[in-house]
Design a protein around this ligand. Structure first.
Ligand SMILES: [Zn+2]
Length: 138
C-alpha cells in the first residue's frame, strides 16, 4: 500500500478532511479545492491507482454510492447539473468527483469551449478515431 498517498492519509484520518459519509469500502469527503460549494469526492478506502482497475465487485457499489451522493447534492442545492467524474490526474488513488455545476463553464473553461466550437475536428479524423476505438472493443 502506498502510505505516501495523500488520499490514503485523508481516508485514514492522518490528514484533516470533512467526512460526509463512510462505510466499509468508501468515504465521501468534501473536496480540498472546491470548484463549487458542496463539491465532494467518493474515495475508495483501498489504495487503487486507476478507476478502470477497480474490480467489478467494488466498481458497482462505488458507482451506486456516487449516484446516491449526486442525488443528495441535487436535492440539497438544486444545481443546473451534477457532474460525476473519476479523476486521478494528480492524486493516483481512485476517487470520483461529484460536482454541482451552475453553468457550462463551471466544468469546461470558456476559452476551451470557444476553441472547440471554432476548430472542430474534421469528419475524416472523427471516423478514424471511432474506428480505432471500435476495433479496440472487439
Ligand atoms: Zn492511495
Amino acid at each position: 500500500m502506498d502510505t505516501d498517498c495523500l488520499l490514503f492519509k485523508r481516508v485514514r484520518g492522518d490528514r484533516p478532511s470533512h467526512r460526509i459519509y463512510e462505510d466499509a469500502d468508501f468515504v465521501v469527503l468534501l473536496t480540498m479545492y472546491l470548484v463549487n460549494p458542496r463539491h465532494v469526492m467518493v474515495v475508495t478506502k483501498e489504495h487503487i491507482t486507476h478507476v478502470y482497475d477497480v474490480e467489478d465487485a467494488l466498481y458497482t457499489p462505488l458507482m451506486v454510492l456516487v449516484k446516491r451522493m449526486a442525488r443528495v447534492v441535487k436535492r440539497v442545492i438544486a444545481p443546473l447539473q451534477v457532474v460525476m467524474e473519476p479523476s486521478g490526474i494528480t492524486n493516483h488513488h481512485v476517487h470520483v468527483h461529484v460536482l454541482p455545476v451552475h453553468s457550462l463553464y463551471d466544468r469546461m473553461p470558456q476559452n476551451v469551449m470557444e476553441r472547440l466550437l471554432a476548430q472542430p475536428v474534421p469528419a475524416a479524423e472523427r471516423v478514424a478515431m471511432a474506428c480505432d476505438l471500435a476495433t479496440g472493443m472487439k
